[in-house]
Design a protein around this ligand. Structure first.
Ligand SMILES: *Cc1c(COP(=O)(O)O)cnc(C)c1O
Length: 224
């Protein structure tokens, strides 16, 4: 292994304040690297492709908590509904409904985050703040008993400008407060703010992140 996974992981864990958890993003990295992190005590891993995740789940220890962090197609929910710990990037009522339906078949409640689109970059994924407000105020989500909305997730723009990144993350943090007050005041489980990746997690820690999703800084560059 030519990457010091254990050393990299320890360094990041040492920087984390209380109340912040690390999702080790292992997509495109081999089982050997995941096992090195696992041996250091890491249990939460993030993947973004259903096929790759399914293969890894079959091969790796079953005490791993898998977070699905990528865009999830509705027709693929069924493949991961039996075991996934958290689906982080939910951006439509249609997807939420399907997660609920598949979770029910497994007699589970699946934790999810709503993905916000705040970055300047063009992407088809994520809810604008207004779209997120509408989804929540329409209220259908309250009738879904097999999904639990635990917070918000976002990716900041991929730019050098730290102030821009900070502004976007603070916008997400402030929006979290709004939604917490208007829709989840009585739900202590609505507490997660998932932002921060390898290049910007130190900023995320200043912007009230509770989950950072870090791959490259732990496992090295991905080989696609
Ligand atoms: C790949 C990925 C990450 C990790 O990115 P790094 O730059 O390798 O830390 C975080 N979040 C999402 C949604 C990703 O797809």
């Amino acid at each position: 292994m030519d990457v010091d996974v254990k050393g990299n992981l320890r360094k990041i864990l040492n920087e984390l304040p209380d109340g912040v958890r690390l999702v080790a993003v292992s997509k495109y990295h081999p089982n050997e690297y995941i096992m090195a992190a696992w041996e250091e005590g890491q249990r939460v891993f993030g993947e973004s492709h259903v096929q790759e995740l399914s293969r890894k789940v079959a091969e790796l220890p079953n005490d791993i908590e898998w977070h699905f962090i990528g865009h999830l197609q509705t027709n693929k929910v069924k493949y991961i509904a039996g075991y996934i710990s958290m689906i982080e990037a939910v951006d439509s009522m249609k997807l939420l409904r399907e997660i609920d339906r598949q979770a029910a078949k497994h007699d589970r409640v699946i934790d999810v985050l709503l993905e916000l689109h705040i970055a300047e970059e063009e992407t088809k994924y994520g809810l604008t703040l207004d779209a997120c407000r509408s989804l929540l105020s329409e209220g259908e989500w309250k009738e879904l008993s097999h999904v639990h909305i635990c917070g918000l997730m976002m990716m900041a723009s991929y730019v050098e400008d730290k102030q821009q990144i900070r502004n976007e993350m603070m916008e997400a943090a402030n929006f979290f407060d709004e939604v917490k007050t208007t829709c989840f005041a009585d739900d202590p489980k609505f507490c997660e703010r998932s932002w921060g990746m390898s290049h910007d997690y130190p900023i995320a820690l200043e912007c009230r992140s509770t989950l950072i999703r870090v791959g490259t800084s732990i496992f090295g560059e991905r080989v696609y």
